[in-house]
Design a protein around this ligand. Sequence first.
Ligand SMILES: Cc1cc2nc3c(=O)[nH]c(=O)nc-3n(C[C@H](O)[C@H](O)[C@H](O)COP(=O)(O)OP(=O)(O)OC[C@H]3O[C@@H](n4cnc5c(N)ncnc54)[C@H](O)[C@@H]3O)c2cc1C
Ligand code: SF4
Length: 325
Amino acid sequence: MRDFSYVRAGSRAEALDLGQADDAAFLAGGTELINWMRIGINAPARVIDLSRVEGLDAVEEIEGGVRIGALARLNDVAQNPLVAEGYPVLSQAILRAASAQIRNLATIGGNPVQRVRCPYFRANEGAPCNKREPGSGCAALNGIHDRHAIFGWTEDCVAVHPADPPVALAALDAVIVTDHPDGGRRIPVREFHVLPSQNPAWHDVLRAGELIVGIELPAPAPQSAYLKIRERESYEYATVSAAAALEIEGGVIRRARVALGSVAMRPWRLAAAEERLAGLAPDAPEVAEAIGAAFAEARPLAGTEWKVRLARNAARRVIELAAEA
Ligand SMILES: Cc1cc2nc3c(=O)[nH]c(=O)nc-3n(C[C@H](O)[C@H](O)[C@H](O)COP(=O)(O)OP(=O)(O)OC[C@H]3O[C@@H](n4cnc5c(N)ncnc54)[C@H](O)[C@@H]3O)c2cc1C
Ligand code: SF4
């Protein structure tokens, strides 16, 4: 492990200032960053602890929605009544992530910044990996890739983003709010993660020293749900997950937003299905056809064909769950 300096920021302004040093990294809950430093994925020269920065951990109503401070702990977000009652899809996605102990430490701002779980990326054996060593190739393409992508991959990287909360946030059309000395941004969660066609080496669009200050949710979506399919019922990443937020009037879907997780390098919205779902009853047989339309662009790898059917069924089931909410 490389030597590094540790500094605790006392305020948001100080964090931003300290974050402009070369090779600096923000430390929030530390549940990911410390692991990366241990296995050599990341070797920052300066670690900036955000835990004493005040004013970034509230969950509060804003006009037309809710703002969640970036430093709010995952369990606090999931259990907040504004989230649990107004956005059950987010509350459920959080409570199915990691373990209770990790969720007590991990923050909602740090969660979307986590790295892929691809075994070649995480291994320390020098396997070709464009995310670990840009330009070195992709060992997973013809190697172990049964947990990898069915949408949006290229031969340069076939990994999926593993996080749960961003799938719910993408279905909700949430926005990540950042700050930076050169100007903050409002980044739709749907555009936060980087597809390999954009840049196979990158995970997300954050610039060096850019601080996530919060996540904004638009109008409440009480008829929403999250479904996580995994090999065991707790403390496991998703093989496939699905999030749905519905608006139902007179027993008919007026608007549907559906996203899949662990199928691509970003939460994958089923836009073609969403259009066709409007006007259908949530349990109508045509719902399966509508979902099928969005799978026209599915392109499984040799080892991920099994995920296509799983993902289609997950999308179908999460619509039923959201309608029952
Ligand atoms: C064993 C284990 C199992 C897990 N299982 C799941 C799971 O099933 N589902 C799931 O979704 N997640 C899972 N996780 C991931 C976990 O949720 C993340 O580790 C956590 O959310 C990251 O938050 P953190 O606050 O600890 O981030 P940190 O580890 O502190 O930071 C992670 C990254 O985010 C950056 N960062 C943090 N805060 C900010 C900010 N405000 N602005 C800019 N950059 C920032 C850091 O610089 C770093 O690059 C698991 C983690 C572990 C260790
Ligand atoms: S899938 Fe992506 S992360 Fe995995 S080896 Fe290939 S380039 Fe690396």
